[in-house]
Design a protein around this ligand. Structure first.
Ligand SMILES: NC(=O)c1ccc[n+]([C@@H]2O[C@H](COP(=O)([O-])OP(=O)(O)OC[C@H]3O[C@@H](n4cnc5c(N)ncnc54)[C@H](O)[C@@H]3O)[C@@H](O)[C@H]2O)c1
Length: 252
């Protein structure tokens, strides 16, 4: 896709690896300056270096998206550095595995804190800056597991992603008056570290592939291309949506 984001600044959370990294690289390729957030300083630095080495502009911002002070400082630093914030991608996420009957309370709380509260904190702080600018784009990375289908042993995760889809809609309604569009993306199974262990299991792979009409798992780049589209003027009239990128696994 030919999209020009040359004078824009994008903050991508959880961009040290996986889907977030692919989104950061794609938006950078379109010309945006990228604030690469991650909890892990090494991977955040690595993604930022990759962008700079390829001729783009980026800096690492290490922060826990579940921590209000850390989020506020991160966005203040981003604004100080580049003077604006045009795009926020709430991508950071965790996925503890346990049945409802065995799930630890700490894991429940942490999952909701990172996947849902993190998106709220980043959207609130970034939304204030975007309102001042009179424009902005927020993309929340949810999941098919939070929208249409349950995922085995992922109760906290599914609850957090369903919450994120609900938050996306209300945020889109409220922010429309300020020229800010807010959408969610619901990826299917994507080839990242998050799914690495399950992808080693041939039985699990067979089941997944049987259910995906396009006959392959998704790549981080499949999600990144949709983020780019949602950040482009071609998506100017799209807000409050939860869009699947899953090879046809879930058909609405
Ligand atoms: N991989 C999939 O199949 C899949 C499917 C649907 C949705 N998703 C969603 O896409 C997003 C990215 O997934 P992924 O597969 O790339 O995962 P990943 O585990 O490979 O990467 C997640 C990144 O988020 C960072 N992170 C975790 N907690 C953080 C925090 N509190 N603050 C800042 N950074 C934090 C991690 O350090 C890591 O770099 C997640 O929200 C995930 O739920 C993934």
């Amino acid at each position: 896709m030919q999209v020009q984001l040359s004078d824009q600044v994008a903050l991508v959370t959880g961009a040290g690896r996986g889907i977030g990294r692919a989104i950061a690289l794609r938006l950078a390729l379109a010309g945006a300056r990228i604030a690469v957030n991650d909890l892990n300083p090494d991977t955040a630095e690595r993604t930022a270096r990759e962008i700079v080495t390829a001729g783009g502009a980026a800096a690492a911002f290490v922060a826990d998206v579940a921590n209000k002070m850390a989020v506020q400082m991160m966005i203040a630093e981003c604004l100080e550095r580049w003077g604006r914030l045009d795009i926020l991608v709430n991508n950071a996420g965790v996925e503890p595995k346990a049945s409802v009957l065995t799930l630890d309370e700490w894991d429940w709380d942490r999952t909701l804190a990172v996947n849902l509260k993190g998106a709220f904190l980043c959207s609130q702080t970034a939304g204030r800056a975007m309102r001042e600018q009179g424009s902005g784009i927020i993309v929340n990375i949810a999941s098919i597991g939070g929208h249409k289908i349950p995922l085995k042993d992922r109760a906290a995760y599914c609850a957090s992603k369903a919450g994120l889809v609900g938050f996306t809609r209300e945020c889109a309604r409220e922010f429309a008056a300020y020229g800010i569009r807010v959408n969610a993306i619901c990826p299917g199974v994507i080839e990242t570290e998050m799914t690495a262990a399950l992808r080693q299991n041939p039985e699990q792979m067979r089941k997944w592939l049987e259910d995906i009409p396009q006959g392959r798992l998704g790549r981080p780049e499949d999600v990144a291309e949709l983020v780019l589209f949602l950040c482009s003027d071609a998506a100017a009239y799209i807000t409050g949506q939860a869009i699947h990128v899953d090879g046809g696994k879930v058909m609405a």
